[in-house]
Design a binder for this molecule. Sequence first.
Ligand code: ADP
Length: 315
Amino acid sequence: MKPNIVVVGSSNTDLVVKLPRLPGKGETVIGGTFSLAAGGKGANQAVAASRAGGSVAFVSKVGDDHFGRQALDAFKNDALDTRFVGVHTTTASGIALIFVDGHGENCIGVASGANSEFLPADVEKARELIISADVLLLQLEIPLSTVEATIRIASDAGVPVLLNPAPAFPLEPSLLRHVSIITPNESEVEILTGMRISDDATIVAASLILRNMGIPAVVITLGARGAYLSEESGDQFVAPFTVDPVDTTAAGDVFSGALAVSIGEGTALRDAVRFASAAAALSVTKLGAQPSAPQRAEIETLLNGTNSRSASYAG
Ligand code: ADP
């Protein structure tokens, strides 16, 4: 049986223009190429969880426009339950305008649009869905009041809450103590704890600060260095899978989506982190956010030692 994963979060459309160089103030740079991609941390993680083997419901909000309809179609293609993706009639779908130069440097402007209109009343409508989930997964790209309401519904019902605290800002301990597992990257953990990450000792110390706020399990993602897991039964660094990176966009999203699935399957956290690491490693071998999220079979192939995206386990 596939685990029931409910993802509550943002949906955006990324409009990307690759340019020879980034324009300065008031300047027009021509010679670019355009691409359009589905994005938003919530949507990325929901798609990643579905491909990793979850039965996934996505709770979100889009606008009544072309981008919103396109996003909904894409969610359905990835087998997401979209009954609780609301459509706001007067606010546009969320978009990100991204300029990228030849060195991969970028500058980004985001119009959150319908994501800003995703309110506690919207998640209240999905209460029955949320309380029947095996795992609730959420991020911070929607209003904080909506995040708080969602966590309260799940936590009161005893549903494990997996929070990917991105984009990060300091959170109240009164909220964090209802979180079961948190997955910050290095810069996010600095914002949450105030602890500057410079070496292994500071990683250990930062995870302890979060554990002392009442979070039972902390998983700090460390990019190409893998991840650090801290839980009641012990702490450990989890080695990464070695890959030739092509594009690390959304590695953290794929990691959290896959982790939710593995936890929902009842896997011990250490092994779930390894599953998530395999999924995330595969994602960095391919361009884009949602296009790079791997299917379950690919993840299992890498976990079992053979793979088609030239990756291997460094542990
Ligand atoms: P974010 O995308 O949120 O900044 P990270 O960069 O920490 O997150 O990456 C998330 C996870 O993706 C890491 O814990 C690791 O498992 C995997 N990962 C990221 N970059 C690489 C890489 N170059 N090689 C292998 N795995 C990677």
